[in-house]
Structure formats: C-alpha cells, structure tokens
Ligand binder design. Structure first.
Ligand SMILES: [Zn+2]
Length: 90
C-alpha cells in the first residue's frame, strides 16, 4: 500500500494513509460505502462504492495473483475498473 500524507480538513492534523483502516458501511440497496476516518478526530472520508460483484472480482484477482495467473489477474482488473467506474459514475 502506498503511503500518503493527508491533512484532515476538520482538525488540520496530518496523518499517514498507512495508519488508516478502511471501513465499510452496508447499505440496504446492496451498496457498500467504503471510507476511512481521521485517527485524530474521527472525520469520515468517502473513498468509493463497492457492491457484491466488485467484491467478488477483488477476491478473484487475489486468487489469480496468488497462483501467479498474471493474464487472468490483468483481465479481472480491467473488469473491476469498468464495474467500479459504472458504480461510482465515473
Ligand atoms: Zn481530523
């Protein structure tokens, strides 16, 4: 995971992205809202939306990478990006 310094907009304290744990909220619509919280004041920062399909693709990518199936992993990553774009209206 890349380390990145972020200044909290709420408390103006600096924190490192490696200190953060991503959290997920399950919505009734089947969407998962992914966010992280400032370790100092707890302000939530929205990251992206996931759903069951994108979760499943992420698992498949992990599995493909574990077994060294690079072509399959790359194809799955493209698929994931497309689904994420659709889901997040990008
Ligand atoms: Zn803060």
């Amino acid at each position: 995971m890349n380390s990145m310094k972020i200044t909290c907009q709420e408390c103006n304290k600096l924190f490192d992205t490696t200190q953060l744990k991503l959290c997920e909220d399950r919505h009734s619509s089947g969407l998962y809202r992914v966010f992280y919280q400032c370790p100092h004041c707890g302000k939530e920062y929205f990251v992206c939306y996931h759903n069951d399909l994108t979760h499943k693709i992420q698992e498949e990518i992990k599995e493909a990478e574990y077994y060294g199936q690079n072509v399959k992993a790359a194809a799955l990553k493209r698929k994931l990006k497309k689904e994420m774009d659709k889901l997040n209206n990008r």
